[in-house]
Design a protein around this ligand. Structure first.
Ligand SMILES: [Zn+2]
Length: 346
């Protein structure tokens, strides 16, 4: 691990741990990006460029970030059906990590319009130490259709991912155009609806039993868990009270027959067993403390969401948090080592 990461000091002049940041984006050379607003395009697009990596490294040094886990920016692989381009996204990420092996690792983009192709690209990337996991930017669209990953055709993908031992980062993506996005484009973006897509995906996977059948799955969610920590109690309470576990509706019976299994775990159990959450773009003391209270500090990972959010703001907030020192070390890097042992090279 790089020795050049500089620990900052907090209000009582106490060194803070170097940080590994998990949701840090770049734009591969062949990726076209539709930005949600002209302001985002003007301010963010240049910082996503691979040509700006040296400036990014300066910022990382200034903010005590020893390593970024790079991922191609949304929507990327999830809105195209071009395998060569997806491979080029991963080749670009690999080149950066190979140039700066102490400072970067990457998450592999996957051609999830075809689960078999996704498995092959997962294998191609994870065979290299430069990649420490995979990423899906929300649902996959094929043309104008929206595909979640809770259908029988994706079971081979979940099995393959579980066998790999690598985590998947479920990142949000923009909603497909509808009346809501036409009426309120600002609510369809990253202040709200952008995130509900991840919430929907996770709950669909939970309810169909994916986390029970592939119980070793490892999943990372950004933005302090995409609403889920706040909703665990209510979800499990109403699921049980409403009798949904009886599988009495025709939709439930059809799903169980097509999969051969069904939901057993509660959301609370899955959040403590299969899911890690990051601080990306959510620099809020109450939200962090609530998440530690509900999930335990072992489930949290540091992230900034650069360049969609401010790396310095993220680091200043984290370094000055008044939480238990051991919890801070875990969130900064210790949990990253537990989740991805290959990161721990000290
Ligand atoms: Zn992000």
């Amino acid at each position: 691990m790089s020795a050049s990461a500089r620990a900052k000091t907090n209000g009582v002049d106490k060194p803070t741990p170097p940080k590994i940041a998990f949701e840090e984006h770049f734009r591969p050379y062949q990726q076209k990006v539709k930005y949600p607003s002209p302001e985002v395009e003007r301010e963010i697009a240049p910082k996503l460029s691979l040509d700006e990596i040296p400036k990014r490294l300066e910022l990382m040094d200034q903010n005590g970030i020893e390593m970024q886990i790079l991922s191609h920016t949304a929507n990327g692989a999830q809105e195209i059906s071009d395998l060569d381009r997806v491979k080029s996204f991963n080749d670009d990420a690999m080149a950066v990590v190979q140039k700066y092996p102490d400072r970067f690792r990457a998450l592999a983009a996957l051609p999830l319009w075809d689960p078999e192709l996704a498995n092959k690209e997962m294998d191609r990337c994870l065979a290299h130490t430069e990649f420490v996991g995979v990423i899906s930017n929300g649902f996959q669209n094929k043309g104008d259709e929206q595909h979640w990953y809770d259908t029988p055709e994706y079971l081979t993908f979940w099995k393959h991912l579980e066998d790999s031992g690598a985590p998947i980062y479920l990142h949000p993506r923009m909603k497909l155009p509808d009346k809501f996005t036409a009426d309120y484009p600002e609510l369809a973006a990253s202040c709200m609806m952008f995130h509900t897509g991840v919430l929907e995906q996770v709950l669909r996977l939970l309810v169909c039993g994916i986390f029970d059948h592939y119980s070793g799955l490892k999943m990372i969610l950004g933005h302090m868990g995409e609403f889920l920590p706040w909703w665990i109690w209510r979800f499990d309470h109403r699921y049980e009270m409403s009798g949904w576990g009886d599988y009495s509706t025709s939709a439930q019976k059809a799903r169980r027959e097509s999969f051969g299994f069904s939901k057993e775990s509660t959301l609370n159990q899955v959040m403590h067993k299969n899911i890690w959450i990051t601080t990306s773009g959510m620099f809020s003391d109450p939200n962090l403390k609530f998440s530690i209270d509900v999930l335990g500090a072992d489930r949290l990972l540091f992230a900034t969401d650069y360049p969609y959010d401010d790396m310095t703001k993220a680091a200043d907030w984290f370094d000055n948090l008044t939480i238990d020192d051991q919890d801070k070390i875990k969130i900064a890097r210790g949990n990253a080592f537990s989740l991805i042992p290959s990161l721990c090279v000290e």
